[in-house]
Design a protein around this ligand. Sequence first.
Ligand SMILES: [Zn+2]
Length: 219
Amino acid sequence: MELACPHCKKHFDFEPVTILTPDSEHLAELFRGSLNSVACPQCQAMLNVPVQLIYRDHQRPFMAVQPPHPLPPEEEAAMALRLDESATEAALDEGLERPTVRLVFTRPDFIEKIALHRQGLDDRIVEYAKFQLFNGGAEGINPQRHRLLFDFTQQAEDRIVFLIYDRKTGRPVRILQVPMAEFQNLVKEFQTNSEARQELEHCFPGCRVDIDMLLEPHS
Ligand SMILES: [Zn+2]
């Protein structure tokens, strides 16, 4: 695609990455935050090229989608509906297992979904764990002021690490560690208690899996 530098107006060609796979050479750039950033050949200004990103894993059927721009809430909901329907139709047409589909609207959320999938963690249970942390599980955080993001750079077998972000500044405040045993207890609860599992499926019926849906239940 042709880009125009907003600083010096130079036009130049750049092919942004739009599809990522588990063995994609561009994954490291995604995790570093430099994917689809390019320096203007004339003035060296860094440009971020907004494109829709799709991550696809065929082996463990999974797809994550991030549109190029944030959307108004009603368009987010409509896009989620379309994505869920098309995933179901495509799977039926091709006779394949329907992938787990996730729709997110920010780059950190996109990275988090991919990182959780790669670690084999159920993101619905992770969102539920965040909800519990906000509801008395951890001191000094509240969901109006803070966001919790899975810290994929710091994973160990015995714990899950979250970064606490200040929603206003968008900056990390500190980290929060959850013992893996505690998380596995939660996983077991959802596996063995059908009421709990139904509740989880009721909270997250489609491709949008975000703690905000637990905080402000949608009808
Ligand atoms: Zn330039």
